[in-house]
Design a protein around this ligand. Sequence first.
Ligand SMILES: [Zn+2]
Length: 386
Amino acid sequence: MLFKDVIGQDHIVGQLLQTIRENRISHAQLFFGGEGHGKLALAIAYAQFINCTDKYKFTTLDSCGVCKSCIKYNKLIHPDLHFIYPVAANKTIKEKPVSKMFIKQWREFLIGNNYYVSLSEWYEKIEIERKQAGINVHDCNEIIRTLNYTSYESEYKVMIIWMIEKLNYQAAPKLLKILEEPPDKTLFLLIAQQTDQIIPTILSRTQLVKIPKIEDKQLAEACATKLDMGNYDTQSILSLANGSFKEAVRMLQQSDQRKGQFEKFVTWMRLCWTPDIPKLMGFCDQIARESRENIKSFLLMGMSILRKCLVMNYTNDEVIVVRKEEEGFFSKFSPYIHNTNGHRFSEEFNNAIYHIERNANTGIVMLDLSLTVARLLKIKPENPAS
Ligand SMILES: [Zn+2]
């Protein structure tokens, strides 16, 4: 990972480079910030730069990418680069799971996602249940064992601990001890999303490096160069991504799916408004062929649209972010959702979801809901929004 491949964060990169230039690399640093801001990417780029043997050969301040150390860093196989991350037993590894056992998947995971990753994706990748996952005492013993060897090839041994907030309480004393008395030339880079969930004694032993949101301009550039934006409106993806590259990727993946669902919802509301009973019956029959989970998520999305309509009527428009392609629908439809009928919509939708979860006939539930929606849409507001 080179600094040039980190999205934005020029200011942080500058700060990190300065610590190296001034020879004041703190041995334990905590990079914290939101998902998709690039904490892990920065930490790896920083470690790679520190160990790059040709870093000052060029005028640009970045790792060379081709020296012996960089080549191993590029593949995450450098013998002095170590990773710890939350793990748990899965189908193949049943006892005393430690990070090392998952290293192959970890490398694939990072490289395959350009180093922008999320915890839930990791759990999915190694097929573990999130409720049991954590950084455990076996892994902390492993850290001590690993770091007690002298470094093989480079000046610095680097230990990157991803998601330190997942450190188990029983494991904390072990880690603390090594943070207090670190072996020479060892660099601990801890990564976290939120500092308030980190054990305070760990927190107090590290130097904090806050990784802010990615600026819109740089996020837009990254979206344009790294993602296939097709016909999507970059601006609306940016406003919803909120400075997170991970979120932008997610939005894009969901966009297609959502677009279809949104259009379906618009059709449904039109049929309810008319109301065109034969067509409504056809519509409900068609929906009833989908899985219960799909129908549920369709209704949940519908509820969020209705809620958005309601808020739009009563608050400043700027609070609500609406996709460009959906603006037309919202401006026409939202006046029909107001304080007099708004709560009824959510009651009825929740009720439908309740029955769908309990194996009721989905076609009947949907038709029933459609007829209720048709009725609710005709209710006039008692206190119209001014
Ligand atoms: Zn190099």
